[in-house]
Design a binder for this molecule. Structure first.
Ligand SMILES: [Zn+2]
Length: 128
């Protein structure tokens, strides 16, 4: 059995990462699109990993989503739909490789969260 690696608490999230995620999300809930105007909650997508990942990945924008209160409550309650949409994962994979479905200007779209704080249209090459 592989060791479980606990990701650092989201409360210690770097302010630069918070700023990048708000910018990426246009300060709206990434799950439902409601404008947040500076409110909302930052949540880790992957809290545990099977394989130890660098702290720089686990505390990066790739592992953080910005959500409104109702979407946070759904995620906290382990709503299976929030996992289907990619906003939480009990599986514990690399957050860079977990897509999420977000409301876009032309309908829903599937994106990957980069450590750079941007959305990407394909998963990154994480082979080192
Ligand atoms: Zn929401």
């Amino acid at each position: 059995m592989k060791a479980i690696n606990y990701s650092p608490l989201i409360s210690r999230l770097d302010t630069d990462v918070q700023r990048a995620v708000r910018l990426r999300a246009s300060d709206s809930c990434e799950a439902c699109g409601v404008p947040l105007d500076g409110s909302g909650a930052f949540l880790p997508v992957v809290r545990y990993t099977r394989d130890p990942l660098p702290k720089a990945v686990m505390t990066s924008a790739a592992n953080v989503v910005l959500v409104c209160r109702p979407c946070k409550e759904l995620t906290d309650a382990r709503d299976p739909w929030m996992e289907v949409l990619g906003f939480s994962h009990s599986r514990g994979n690399d957050p860079r490789l977990e897509p999420m479905v977000i409301p876009g200007r032309r309908g829903i779209m599937t994106v990957w969260r980069g450590t750079d704080g941007l959305y990407h249209s394909e998963p990154p090459d994480v082979s080192d």
